[in-house]
Design a protein around this ligand. Sequence first.
Ligand code: FPP
Length: 249
Amino acid sequence: MASDKKYNRPDLKIPVSLGVIMDGNGRWAKKRLLPRSAGHRAGGEALKELCRNCGNYGIKYVTVYAFSTENWSRPQDEIDNLMKLFVEFFGKYDKELEKEGIRVRFTGDIGGMPDDIRKICKEAEENSVNRDRMQLIVALNYGGRREIVNAARKIAGKLKNGEITEEDITEQMISDNMYLPDVPDPDLIIRPSGEMRISNFLLWECAYSELWVSDCLWPDFGFDELTSAIEAYTKRDRRFGGLSAEDKK
Ligand code: FPP
């Protein structure tokens, strides 16, 4: 698995938690005069490679943006193709994920997904619950604003029934009411395909994430791109609103 020397880089600071906005599948396909579905399929292959590479680098949590609450506005045949791809990925490729020791989890409004997808998500989570090398968190029907609204509603419910008072509402309480409170906030968020947007991805959790953008389209994103992102992250001075170690002296 991690015996490959290319992953042995003591000079790198490896993020614990990584977020990836898998963008550019459509443009990748268009450049090759292929249908958009071919771009998504190639994006699935890039995701498999990402999992392998992140596991080998020792990253513990990888959250990927696979389908947003806004993606329902795409043409129905593109949505159908994506759904087919999700079913295939978590069915057919589970053996590969198992080999890599990858636990699969989902974040988002999974209740709003079609029945067959919900079933596949549940099975993928249950089958992989004991794997502990890395967690792959797939954001499906995910919207950062919706996640915050959901947390606000849960907290409002507790306030209404007297379980808590207004003063009990803290940043920690909001974090605790996000979809997956045990998953650490992303240290680094990668966005391929050149767009400089966060696109409603992990809005609450990204407060202090480092951002790394590249022009590479998602299906072309491989080991070299991931390594460049981690190299850039290694050089970042994360101050979390405070001073750098150098300036505190
Ligand atoms: C955005 O690119 C990508 C998506 C909306 C889908 C992401 C899905 C995959 C990478 C497929 C594999 C995922 C799983 C979980 C099996 P885009 O279509 O908006 O690209 P464009 O901006 O170039 O048109």
